[in-house]
Design a protein around this ligand. Structure first.
Ligand SMILES: [Zn+2]
Length: 88
């Protein structure tokens, strides 16, 4: 009888252990962090009419760089800010 009880205790422990392991495996899959994709954007501001437009950052661009013409007044567009945003 005594050995039987020990066996049952062991079985319960083993089952509990298996459940914990399965739970941990399941949990690590379920909580798999979604890949956070970031994109670098830049803010272009017109030097005369304050028109602003946001564009994708291109390598080599820097803050203060003249980039393109303002679509509303034809003045230079300046890179005002470069930042990363999370892609939705
Ligand atoms: Zn302008």
């Amino acid at each position: 009888m005594f050995t039987m009880e020990i066996d049952i205790t062991n079985i319960i422990l083993i089952i509990a252990f298996i459940i914990i392991v399965i739970y941990l495996i399941y949990d690590s899959y379920a909580r798999k962090p979604r890949k956070r994709v970031q994109v670098v954007r830049e803010l272009l501001v017109c030097t005369s009419c304050k028109f602003t437009v946001e564009k994708d950052f291109e390598p080599g661009d820097f803050i203060g760089m003249i980039k393109g013409k303002c679509p509303s007044c034809g003045s230079n567009l300046k890179v005002k800010a470069i930042y990363a945003v999370e892609k939705k």
